[in-house]
Design a protein around this ligand. Structure first.
Ligand SMILES: [Zn+2]
Length: 122
């Protein structure tokens, strides 16, 4: 399992590398959007040092009980990304560690899903 290597491989093939993440800690009051922004900036920098360019990060700040459309497995954040980038959904791949969130979202969109925890090698 090497997520960095996987991202590099897709990036070299011309894919956008977009992070879609549930961050309900924001609306639960565990951390602020500013904290999350700082974390994301650090993450992007760290990945850049490893040779991965992150094209965008989209996050859902809502709690599950808020019933929003952007919390995975909802497809709201992908729809937002599709508005911002010329994404070819049929050729896209969702990579994640949760079958019930990432896998389910991919299923709703009809796209390929790779569970990083089960993937042996890339
Ligand atoms: Zn949301």
């Amino acid at each position: 399992m090497d997520a960095v290597r996987l991202m590099k491989q897709y990036q070299q093939k011309g894919f956008f590398i977009i992070i879609i993440t549930n961050q309900s800690g924001v609306n639960r009051g565990y951390f602020t959007e500013e904290d999350l922004g700082r974390f994301n900036t650090a993450l992007v920098k760290r990945l850049a040092h490893m040779g991965v360019r992150i094209d965008a990060i989209y996050y859902c700040p809502h709690r599950p009980d808020e019933g929003c459309k952007c919390r995975k497995p909802g497809t709201g954040l992908i729809e937002k990304a599709m508005h911002d980038f010329p994404i070819d959904l049929e050729r896209s791949v969702m990579v994640g560690d949760r079958d019930d969130m990432d896998g389910e979202m991919a299923k709703r969109l009809g796209i390929e899903f790779i569970n990083i925890l089960r993937a042996k090698q890339f």
